[in-house]
Design a protein around this ligand. Structure first.
Ligand code: SAH
Length: 227
C-alpha cells in the first residue's frame, strides 16, 4: 500500500514511523509512506498556509489553495482509493473499517491544524473523513499515526504470525482473552492451570469463555454490532 500524507509538520512522524511494526512493514516494502509538506505548496514568500476565518473568531484556517494543489498533483500521478481527512467529526475509526482500508492500494491522508481546513476541501476533494475519538487534538498528525499503525498491522505479511491480528480485540466483535507468560507463579500469583494443561481443545474453550465474559462486562454493545 502507498500512503501519501499531507501535513504542515511531517517531522512529527519521524519517531513513530521508524520503529516496530511500521518500520518492519516499510522494510518489507509492504507499505510505502510519502510526506508532502503543505508549505511547499504555499505561494507566498513566508510559506504560510493559513489565514483568518471569514466568520471571525479565534483560530486560523488552512487555506484551500495549497491543499488543492497538492491533492491535484498526487491525483495526476496515480489513482487513489480514498482521499482521507483526519477530523474529529469524521467516521469513528473502528477495526472493521480498518480491515477494509488495509486492502487498498493508494490512499492520501490529510492532516489539518489550527481551527481546521477550508470547508471547500472537505466538500470537493475529500472522499472519507476519519476521527480517532470524540476529543479534539491540536492537529491531524497524531490521529494519522494511530490510523496508519492500525491499518499497517492488518496488511498480510506485516505481522510475523499472520493470525495474531485476527485474534485481537474487536475482530469478530469480541474482546481478547487475558494472556500470560513465564513464570508460572510469581509471589503466589498463579497462571490459570488450564493454560499449562497442554489440552488444546480445552484451552480454546477457555479462551472463548474468557472473551465472551470480558466482552459482556466491558463492551456489551459489541454483541449487537453488525459483522
Ligand atoms: N475546530 C475543529 C477542530 C480542529 S483541530 C472542530 O472543532 O471540529 C485541528 C485538526 O486536528 C483538525 O483539522 C484535524 O485534522 C485534527 N483532529 C483533531 N481532533 C481529531 C480527532 N479526534 N480525530 C482525527 N483528527 C483530529
Amino acid at each position: 500500500m502507498r500512503i501519501d500524507i499531507i501535513s504542515i509538520f511531517p517531522e512529527m512522524f519521524d519517531g513513530p514511523f521508524s520503529h516496530s511494526i511500521i518500520k518492519r512493514a516499510k522494510e518489507k516494502k509492504l507499505i510505502e509512506i510519502f510526506f508532502h509538506n503543505l508549505r511547499d505548496y504555499s505561494k507566498n514568500k513566508h510559506k504560510s498556509v493559513d489565514d483568518y476565518a471569514f466568520s471571525g473568531g479565534a483560530g486560523m484556517v488552512i487555506m484551500i489553495e495549497p491543499i488543492a494543489d497538492c491533492i491535484e498533483k498526487l491525483k495526476s500521478e496515480r489513482k487513489y482509493d480514498e482521499i482521507i481527512y483526519m477530523s474529529p467529526d469524521g467516521d469513528l475509526l473502528k477495526q472493521k473499517s480498518a480491515n477494509h482500508i488495509s486492502t487498498f492500494k493508494n490512499i492520501i491522508i490529510l492532516c489539518g491544524h489550527y481551527k481546521g481546513i477550508d470547508e471547500r476541501i472537505r466538500e470537493f476533494f475529500i472522499t472519507k473523513e476519519i476521527s480517532i475519538g470524540d476529543y479534539v487534538l491540536s492537529g491531524g498528525e497524531l490521529a494519522a499515526m494511530v490510523f496508519v499503525d492500525t491499518i499497517t498491522r492488518l496488511i498480510p505479511g506485516v505481522l510475523n504470525d499472520e493470525t495474531s491480528a485476527l485474534s485481537d480485540s474487536f475482530q469478530n466483535n469480541l474482546i481478547s482473552p487475558p494472556v500470560y507468560t513465564r513464570p508460572r507463579e510469581f509471589k503466589g500469583m498463579k497462571v490459570p492451570d488450564i493454560l499449562l494443561s497442554g489440552n488444546e481443545k480445552e484451552i480454546e474453550k477457555w479462551k472463548l469463555e474468557k472473551s465472551l465474559e470480558r466482552t459482556k462486562h466491558r463492551r456489551p454493545e459489541l454483541f449487537s454490532e453488525d459483522d
